[in-house]
Design a protein around this ligand. Structure first.
Ligand SMILES: C[S@@+](CC[C@H](N)C(=O)[O-])C[C@H]1O[C@@H](n2cnc3c(N)ncnc32)[C@H](O)[C@@H]1O
Length: 214
């Protein structure tokens, strides 16, 4: 993964985050090229989850269950619904969740995120968006109605490999992702009804909430 900031800063922050207790999942992800949240960004995500202690948390993009397990361990009363369209990932995630003893608090749903978001659901206190980057605008629009009034949306990869700032050159294959993320970051910062912050950690993390009474 390309760094969006200085490698020695990332390494230093990751060393401070230290052992997650999920080294076996980090090793599996590395060996099998499964994209999981970077450890420095995980530290920030867990801080927010621990501070907010959401009752119901929705994660878009499960992979092997790494971030879902880490969030469940950080906040012992949080119920997590995590969505992935890859049946192999769902199976692997469920096995990892079972091993972690968290099957009663993490539900893995096999679905395209868009289909899931269009369904009927109780509201969530937090949404962590980490699925297909070229669909981030739709995920945002569809997540907002599912969010409690003081809910928080956290989005990973919003600075995607450092290619999102205007003027960066990038390979053709990244065109849809980069243009969506440019639109996404501009939109969340310009929308009157939203308050947002982007942190250059990991692959870029955005915090988004609805402004009260707008
Ligand atoms: C970056 S990984 C998630 C990593 C995980 N959140 C973690 O940090 O441990 C993204 C996942 O999103 C899933 N995905 C991609 N597009 C999707 C879609 N349209 N609907 C549901 N899942 C999708 C992929 O199968 C992949 O497992």
């Amino acid at each position: 993964m390309d760094n969006i900031t200085y490698p020695h800063i990332t390494e230093y922050i990751e060393s401070l985050v230290g052992e997650t207790g999920l080294g076996h999942l980090e090793k599996y992800a590395e060996e099998n090229s499964v994209p999981i949240i970077q450890k420095d960004a995980l530290g920030l995500l867990l801080f927010m989850v621990g501070m907010k202690r959401p009752k119901r948390l929705l994660e878009l993009g499960t992979a092997i269950g790494y971030s879902a397990i880490a969030m469940a361990l950080e906040s012992p009363h949080t119920m997590i619904t995590t969505v992935d369209l890859n049946a192999g990932m769902k199976e692997r995630a469920e096995e990892n969740i079972r091993h972690a003893g968290l099957s009663d608090r993490i539900e893995v749903v096999l679905s395209d995120c868009m289909d899931f978001l269009k369904g009927d659901h109780d509201k969530f206190d937090m949404v962590f968006i980490d699925a297909r980057k070229s669909h981030y605008m739709e995920y945002l629009e569809l997540s907002l109605p599912l969010l409690n009034e003081d809910g928080l949306i956290i989005v990973d990869n919003v600075l995607f490999r450092g290619l999102v700032p205007d003027g960066e050159e990038f390979p053709r294959k990244y065109r849809a992702t980069v243009s969506t993320l440019r639109e996404f970051t501009r939109t969340v910062s310009e929308r009157e009804d939203l308050s947002s912050a982007i942190i250059p950690i990991g692959d870029g993390v955005a915090f988004i909430r609805r402004k009260p009474n707008v």
